[in-house]
Each structure stands twice: as structure tokens, then as C-alpha cells.
Write a protein that binds this ligand. Structure first.
Ligand code: SF4
Ligand code: SF4
Length: 270
């Protein structure tokens, strides 16, 4: 769920504190914050970055005015830790496909119990993990979800600016097709019959892949309104096998309900 209408009001009279937390993830979304470079220095002037392990070992004790949370919940310890993070955070924003949809590690949710652990680790008996990878919102209330794998730094700066200014973030829920048209890219689906997820994927990347002749992977997850069954029917009519439709929808945002349900509808095992 996109909670875009929640206003993040900064506290009066002092610099707001910002904390960044990592759960099961690759750190790519935290790197998007570090990648803000000059704007990061401006942010450090406007707010106190109180906890951000990727940037500094120094940590200021909470409570925090705003927490950014990257990653999904995959262990019993993390299921407890996110409750503590929520308790110490005035506002909590999840960043990236792992935190908002369970991430690529959410593929375990569609596999036989424990099969991934025994495939990856020589001694699976040493691994303590949950059966599923779940988004943060499945465990605690979330004030705003920022999508993408990784997130777009421009959108991240918009969320942080909105928090500091006390207004609602202006993040559109429309599809990648709109960005694709805006930059004048010739449509790969229409002209080449490429299986492009752009019509059902949330904008934010600037339609990067179609611009370099690659159909959209769906990194930003489902757009606010989608018609996945219509798009899947088009893929099938163009000759895609049902199992490949499942694979298309089941990647970084496999756990997002619209993509999850469409993938399952074509899964030969279901
Ligand atoms: S959403 Fe993608 S880039 Fe961000 S932490 Fe997860 S895997 Fe990495
Ligand atoms: S190439 Fe993909 S994203 Fe771009 S307009 Fe066509 S379907 Fe939409």
C-alpha cells in the first residue's frame, strides 16, 4: 500500500534526527542515499544523521524523528528488531523492493520449505531463518513506502525534503510507459513484441531500460493501478509460454500482491 497522503511533519525548534536501518538486503538502496553526494551534505546540515552504519560507526541513541528502513524480514531476530526500530521512530519510511515487497529473497516464499537454504549453504543446520521473506509493513505500521530496486535518489531526496518541509512527498503512482513516452522512446512492446512490464510498473527509473532497447524488468513494482491480466494475455498472444509469464512477474517484487497473483495464475505448479 502506498501511504503517500501521510504528511511527515518535522518537529519544531530543533534539527530533526534521521536514522537508516538495514534488514535483509544488498545495501543498494542505502548506497542510493550515499550517492546523493552534494545533496547529502545539504541534508547533513538540515538534519542530524543519527544512525547510518553504512556511512559511520558513530551512532546517537533514539528516539529518531525519521527512520529509513531498507531490507525485508527473514529472521526471528529481525522480526523483533523492526518492532524496536518502529518504537524508536516518530516516522518510518521503507525504501526499496526488499522493504516494500520482500525483495528477490522473497522467491523463497514460492519454494518448498528450506530448499533454498540447503541449496546455498554447505551446513544448513547452522542457519536460523524464517520460512518467508516479508515486507516491513507486514510487521509494523509504515508511514510511507518508496519503491524501486534500487530506489531512485531523486525520489529519495523528494521524500527527505518533504519530511523536512512538513508536506506530503510528491511521488507519482503512474506507470513506466508515461516516462517512456515523455522521453520519446519508441515502444518495444508495440514495435517489436518485446515482453515489457512497463504498462504495469510504477514509474521512477525514468524508463531507463526501454531507452537502451531492453524491455522493463518491473524493478519499481506494480503501479498504483494495474491491469496485469490484460498485459499477460498480450504476452501469451505474442508467443510467451505461461512459465515465462510467471518468471517475468516473479523477480524483485515477487511478493507485491499484483505481481504475485499474476505470476501464480500462470505457474504450472499451482
Ligand atoms: S531493493 Fe534492490 S537495491 Fe535495494 S536493497 Fe533490495 S536488492 Fe538491494
Ligand atoms: S517500451 Fe515498455 S515502458 Fe515503454 S511505452 Fe512500450 S510498453 Fe511502455
Amino acid at each position: 500500500m502506498n501511504r503517500a497522503r501521510v504528511v511527515l511533519t518535522p518537529p519544531p525548534g530543533r534539527r530533526p534526527t534521521v536514522a537508516v536501518w538495514k534488514f535483509a538486503s544488498c545495501d543498494g538502496c542505502q548506497l542510493s542515499l550515499l550517492d546523493c553526494e552534494d545533496q547529502l551534505l545539504l541534508l547533513a546540515g538540515a538534519a542530524q544523521i543519527a544512525h547510518f552504519s553504512e556511512m559511520s560507526s558513530a551512532s546517537v541513541a533514539g528516539p529518531y524523528d525519521l527512520s529509513l528502513v531498507e531490507g525485508s524480514i527473514t529472521t526471528p531476530e529481525d522480526a523483533e528488531r523492526i518492532v524496536a526500530v518502529r518504537r524508536s521512530s516518530r516516522r518510518l519510511v521503507t525504501i526499496g523492493a526488499c522493504a516494500t515487497a520482500g525483495g528477490i529473497q522473497g522467491l523463497r516464499n514460492f519454494a518448498a520449505s528450506g530448499s533454498y537454504v540447503s541449496t546455498v549453504y554447505a551446513h544448513p543446520e547452522y542457519i536460523a531463518t524464517l520460512e518467508t521473506s516479508t515486507p516491513i509493513a507486514a510487521h509494523v505500521p509504515v508511514d510511507f513506502e518508496l519503491h524501486g530496486c534500487p530506489i531512485d535518489r531523486g525520489q529519495l531526496l523528494e521524500v527527505l525534503t518533504a519530511f523536512l518541509a512538513g508536506r506530503t512527498p510528491r511521488i507519482g503512482g503512474y506507470s513506466v510507459c508515461q516516462e517512456c513516452k515523455a522521453r520519446g522512446t519508441v515502444c518495444l512492446l508495440v514495435t517489436k513484441g518485446e515482453p515489457c512490464l512497463g504498462p504495469v510498473t510504477r514509474a521512477g527509473c525514468g524508463a531507463l531500460c526501454p531507452a537502451v532497447d531492453r524491455a522493463c524488468f518491473g524493478c519499481f513494482g506494480p503501479a498504483e493501478t494495474t491491469n496485469t491480466s490484460s498485459l499477460a494475455a498480450r504476452f501469451l498472444a505474442d508467443g510467451l509460454a505461461p512459465v515465462d509469464v510467471t518468471r517475468l512477474f516473479r523477480t524483485f517484487n515477487a511478493g507485491a500482491p499484483a505481481f504475485r497473483d499474476e505470476a501464480t495464475a500462470h505457474d504450472p505448479r499451482s
